[in-house]
Write a protein that binds this ligand. Structure first.
Ligand code: ADP
Length: 443
């Protein structure tokens, strides 16, 4: 595929409750518009006749509840129509959530328990459509005037900001099918790695920080409290299920534990399980002791596209590129030069561990996973993506969210100068930078 000639205009007629599934070609964008009828992309309605331009490689579906004619202009990798989708079951979940929001709103905001809207957490294997379902639930809620909070715990393929972060942002409008989640002032915590096993304690600590911060915001804002949240998680459960993960020798790295930790920490009361029978029964069993938690099994959409590790790695790179340059190259990042002494780089946990023989008798050779240590600036920082912390003192780094990111493009050891790319010119909002293992090769 992908070799179709340029400017091939094509019309597709969609019947009731069917969808057009599209993978945009690898090289060129695809233009698409709604000619007549009504249709939506992941919960966000299309305006009639307006051309939308989708960037290369994007995978999405145009769904209609009634009927629609879609016009496409450009090459696709694949496009086909499907009339079997789980959309009715998804919108039924939305209707239940809507009922809970209305109930929460009607109750006194002074009763912080009862006036709390639904807190939904979406779980399942990687490539089960978790991000997509989260997005639909948010867009449908926003369309009805709610401002639900989107929480993204997926450090591998997050949809709010660069990989390696957990983040939250209020969704005030249906999510734009091309642009995605708006980047205005999200609340972001930098974990710095793309898998939780790098530092499970740090991951949990940041999840706690984010949850606490949201709790504080909800306490002041009855409207967002009633709207509730939708929490997207990472594909913690791989392949044949959580047993694979359970058999790992290091019990602390148990993926299901992180899942349960997230459910507890955010006080989730609706758990949506996508396409994983074993995970569903495990969570169902756990929920027996939690009468307020509903665990619901949902079918995975046949349209969800599986992405292998290499693709995932690549799309992380695209995501970082998008942060600095914009989706359509519409941002102009700025290259800055600083002295080594201007920037203070820190690392959390990790690092080379002293061998037991080098330590005093009785000392623990395992580095404290939450220790914040200064990093010497050297060539190792080249091509790293660092977070700019809001911390005012080093001891606040662990509990502080981040303002944004910089990308190290050159280290001049002789002249003690560091060159970095930042979203804009001028001084960084703070001199405290956090380093993890997140790298990028600008292409
Ligand atoms: P997960 O979050 O579980 O890893 P995603 O929701 O990101 O999975 O879905 C994986 C990919 O499949 C994404 O690129 C998404 O846009 C695409 N996708 C999901 N549902 C559909 C669909 N119905 N038709 C076409 N593509 C889809």
């Amino acid at each position: 595929g992908g070799s179709a000639s340029a400017s091939t205009i094509k019309q597709v007629k969609l019947e009731r409750e069917s969808e057009l599934r599209i993978e945009v070609g690898n090289e060129t964008p695809l233009k698409l518009r709604l000619l007549n009828g009504s249709a939506e992309i992941f919960g966000s309605e299309l305006a009639p006749e307006m051309w939308l331009t989708f960037p290369p490689r994007l995978k999405f579906a145009v769904f209609t509840w009634y009927s629609a004619t879609i016009e496409m202009d450009g090459a696709t990798e694949t496009d086909y129509t499907a009339d079997e989708t789980p959309m009715v079951s998804y919108v039924n979940v939305h209707a239940v959530l809507e009922g809970r929001r209305n109930r929460a709103k009607a109750l006194s905001p002074n009763d912080s328990e009862a006036s709390q809207g639904p807190r939904v957490i979406v779980v399942g294997p990687t490539d089960s459509g978790k991000s997509t379902l989260s997005r639909m639930l948010l867009s449908w809620a926003a369309k009805q005037g709610w401002k639900p909070t989107f929480v993204d715990l997926d450090i591998g393929q997050g949809s709010i900001t660069v990989p390696g972060c957990i983040a939250a942002t209020p969704i005030e409008l249906p999510i734009d099918p091309v642009e995605g989640i708006p980047l205005e002032m999200p609340l972001v915590y930098f974990y710095g790695h793309t898998t939780p096993s790098n530092n499970v304690d740090l991951y949990k600590t940041l999840v706690n920080e984010l949850a606490q911060m949201l709790e504080t915001q909800f306490a002041r804002n009855a409207e967002s409290r009633a709207a509730g949240m939708v929490i997207n998680t990472m594909g913690w459960i791989e392949g044949t299920g959580y047993e694979v993960i359970k058999s790992k020798p290091d019990d602390d790295v148990n993926a299901d534990k992180l899942l349960l930790h997230a459910i507890d920490t955010f006080k989730a009361n609706v758990v949506l399980v996508l396409g994983q029978e074993k995970l569903f029964s495990m969570l169902k069993a756990v929920a027996k002791s939690k009468p307020n938690v509903d665990v619901v099994k949902l079918q995975k959409s046949g349209g969800v596209v599986s992405r292998n590790a290499k693709y995932r790695q690549k799309s992380r790179g695209y995501r970082i590129r998008e942060y600095f340059y914009g989706l359509a190259n519409d941002l102009s990042p700025h290259s800055n030069i600083a002295n080594f002494s201007d920037l203070l780089v820190y690392r959390i946990g990790g690092g080379p561990q002293a061998p037991r023989s080098a330590l005093p008798i009785g000392a623990d050779p395992i580095a404290n996973p939450l220790r914040v240590t200064p990093v010497n600036i050297d060539r190792d920082l080249l091509h790293m993506v660092l977070a700019v912390s809001y911390a005012k003192e080093p001891d606040q780094i662990l509990s502080s969210n981040v303002a944004g990111f910089i990308y190290i493009t050159d280290i001049d050891i002789q002249r003690k100068k560091i060159t970095y790319l930042a979203p804009s010119a001028g001084e960084l909002p703070s001199k405290y930078l956090i380093m993890g293992t997140l790298t990028w090769l600008e292409t």
